[in-house]
Design a protein around this ligand. Structure first.
Ligand code: NAP
Ligand code: SF4
Length: 676
């Protein structure tokens, strides 16, 4: 056992169950839960994390009834046939030395099904269906459904249940005045609003054997208007303990919150103060969660006494061996979750099977395998951006002899630029992981070497992989060569500095990132206090929803962001993170002008007009114009090699720059590594 993380890796008694360490894999809806035929894939996904050393796994949320489905035919645990099927999962995890709990989740007003039921008829922004308010009889039935579901979980071989009482789902809807306007015994006073969860817990405790533990998941900061006060949450936690809960599993936010809770820009362990405040009020263990992605952060929380257990969800998508690597002192080999949400939460909300941007094998363990090769080949990979790096590492892991050639003096490509954006510092962890894994897998790296077609043709390679990436597009605008024009790579690498007034041409992901870069003061790390002020987060015991007025930090430059298309800005951004970028720029006062024609650039600034008739000419007086107009593929080498008749594999931006992102680049690299 590593001496670096003695608390994190020490066993823990949870009710009558002994966990081998304090790492809990938090509940994630992967999409595999919803289809019976995917149960083996789901078991393989969990088993890989259990083999990786996780102490306790919590499944995605299973509804206790059809009324609680999150969408039609979503996963549910309804009868003994369901329970029998789940034995595949529980056996796989137990064989690998782990423990597993079933999460029970009723969607209430968030159920995307006609006829959904909720404490009160308060519509949810997450569904098109307006809920009907429960009758008292329906409330009793729903409590009984929860109890039956928990009993079925015991029958299926689970070690415990995790009752979802947060994130704005049914139980949370009973708790918050925002969604509970009832005037009977189940609403009104805080005591009445607590009645439903307490009845669920009491009756579940009575129905389960003493071997089964009960976790209760509560959102410690709701970040919605008319949410609970923290004082009410303290009372809830105390009463849950008395009702028979074995561990308070914490969570932050509702799905409709407009404060980021898990995005990259949220400081690590940002909500631990809330966890510590609950822990101080109860005698049962408390589990911390949200933006805890590395072992030192987790150990620090345990050491401070703020929590007893640490819940990691996405970090275990990114690296199933996270715990084993921490235990073996190989922290620098951890593939760190960068909190981008691009392949996990964004997939959940668009009903795609979840995966991970930095680990495309996540939830595809049985489909995408890097098995040892039977014939080791000599392979040249050209380009050390995300596509080339993942291909090189994957192929070397399989036993091929790989040499990686990179024209610049560093690895990373577009990732190297991304890590310079405020709030995207986590990308540096990915670069650290790639750098270290190139070493451990034995890839020979040639930096500052521009491989030519002649050299490669003479090199006797079995395979050549071209991952030469993209170059920033230079749009055809009169005056584009004027000295006030800066490309986004020049700006982000620090090769050119911008003046106090800047126009940004192009409002894709990079235009947004560059606008944040330009408006943020880079002197010193932003503090947690500053982040709380920016998003209006308060720890006042009596503030509803833990919200106060936002006080954004003033921008250090005047920035104007432009796009040619009309309509809203930021539509190409991630589903679950786009609103954060839009709100951040709004807070910084970035002016956004759409539907423009770029007329010319001169010493006075950027001249634009509007519409096909080039009407309403306007000058945006700026010191610099930064170009973020997308990218073109760098294909020269691939074309030269192909014209010589060489067989080459072209991946990443070099193959197709349009809408390229790191998710696609890493997936392509890994797939190629699995096939070659
Ligand atoms: P992008 O998303 O393609 O956006 C480039 C923008 O430039 C377009 O919105 C386009 O808007 C404009 N443009 C294109 N051609 C132009 C031309 N000839 N003249 C003037 N304007 C032109 O590319 P990106 O912003 O460089 O991002 C690259 C990739 O990284 C994308 O896949 C993106 O999703 C991803 N990324 C995502 C994020 C995020 O989600 N937060 C952050 C960074 C990067 P108009 O045509 O309307 O002018
Ligand atoms: Fe983390 Fe991004 Fe992977 Fe999701 S897709 S697990 S946020 S790295």
């Amino acid at each position: 056992m590593s001496s670096a993380f003695p608390r994190l890796l020490s066993p823990f008694e949870l009710g009558r169950t002994t966990l081998r360490n304090r790492v809990v894999m938090g509940s994630m809806h992967t999409g595999l839960e919803d289809r019976d035929w995917d149960i083996d894939r789901l078991a393989a996904f969990f088993a890989e994390r259990a083999r990786g050393g996780v102490g306790l796994i919590v499944t995605g949320g299973y509804s206790p009834s059809r009324e609680g489905w999150l969408w039609p035919f979503a996963c549910a645990m309804l009868d003994e046939t369901d329970a029998e099927r789940h034995r595949t999962i529980t056996s796989a995890v137990h064989e690998a030395g782990g423990k597993i709990a079933l999460q029970i989740l009723h969607g209430g007003r968030d159920s995307n099904i006609p006829g959904n039921l909720a404490p009160s008829a308060v519509p949810s922004p997450l569904t098109a269906f307006e809920p009907r308010a429960f009758t008292p009889e329906q409330i009793e039935t729903t409590i009984a459904d929860h109890v039956r579901c928990a009993r079925l979980a015991e029958l299926a071989g689970y070690d415990g249940v995790d009752i979802m009482g947060g994130e704005g789902f049914l139980i949370n809807q009973f708790l918050a005045p925002r969604t509970n306007t009832r005037t009977d015994d189940w609403g009104g006073s805080a005591e009445n609003r607590r009645r439903f969860p307490l009845e669920v817990v009491r009756r579940t405790r009575a129905a389960l054997s003493a071997d089964m533990f009960i976790m209760f998941r509560m959102s410690l900061a709701e970040f919605v208007e008319d949410g609970q006060t923290f004082a009410e949450m303290i009372e809830l936690a105390r009463e849950l303990e008395a009702a028979g809960v074995d561990v308070i599993n914490t969570d932050i936010g509702w799905h409709e919150s407009r404060v980021p809770t898990i995005a990259t820009s949220v400081p690590r362990a940002a909500f631990v103060d809330f966890t510590a405040a609950i822990k101080a009020e109860v005698g049962i263990p408390v589990c911390a969660s949200n933006r805890i992605n590395m072992p030192d952060v987790a150990e620090g929380i345990l050491e401070s006494g703020a929590a007893d257990l640490i819940s990691l969800a996405r970090p275990l998508l990114a690296d199933p061996d996270w715990v084993n690597k921490a235990a073996a002192g190989r922290v620098d080999e951890i593939n760190t979750c960068i909190a981008c949400n691009q392949a996990c939460l964004d997939h959940t909300f668009t009903r795609q099977t979840v995966s991970c941007l930095v680990n495309p094998r996540a939830c595809h363990e049985t489909l995408l395998q890097l098995a040892p090769t039977r014939r080791a080949k000599r392979i040249a990979v050209i380009g050390a951006g995300p596509a080339g790096l993942s291909a090189a590492i994957g192929m070397a892991e399989r036993g091929h002899r790989v040499e990686l050639f990179e024209a610049s003096d560093r690895i990373g490509g577009q990732f190297d630029l991304a890590q310079r954006i405020p709030g995207k510092e986590e990308f540096a962890e990915s670069l650290r992981y790639f750098r270290r894994t190139l070493e451990t897998t034995g890839v020979t790296v040639h930096l500052a070497v521009r491989a030519t077609a002649d050299q490669l043709a003479a090199g006797d390679w079995d395979e050549v992989v071209v991952a030469t990436g993209v170059r920033a597009r230079t749009p055809d605008i009169e005056g584009i060569d004027h000295p006030i024009v800066i490309s986004y790579p020049e700006l982000l690498r620090g090769e050119r500095q911008a003046g106090p007034r800047v126009a940004v041409v192009g409002a894709g992901g990079i235009g947004f990132d560059v606008s944040e870069f330009l408006t943020t003061d880079h002197a010193g790390e932003p503090s947690l206090e500053q982040w709380r002020r920016e998003w209006g987060v308060t720890r006042d015991l009596h503030a509803r929803g833990q919200l106060t007025a936002r006080r954004p930090t003033p921008a250090i430059r005047k920035v104007t962001l432009l796009q040619r298309k009309s309509g809203p800005f930021g539509m190409s951004l991630g589903k679950t993170t786009g609103w954060i970028h839009r709100a951040a720029l709004e807070g910084k006062g970035v002016e956004q002008i759409g539907g423009v024609n770029y007329e010319r650039i001169d010493a006075r600034g950027l001249h634009i007009s509007f519409g096909p008739q080039r009407e309403r000419p306007r000058l945006i007086e700026v010191d610099n114009v930064v170009i973020c107009a997308g990218q073109d593929p760098v294909r020269d080498l691939a074309d030269q090699l192909e014209s010589r008749g060489l067989r080459v594999h072209v991946i990443g931006g070099a193959a197709e720059a349009k809408e390229l992102d790191a998710k696609r680049a890493i997936l392509q690299g890994t797939r190629l590594a699995a096939e070659i």
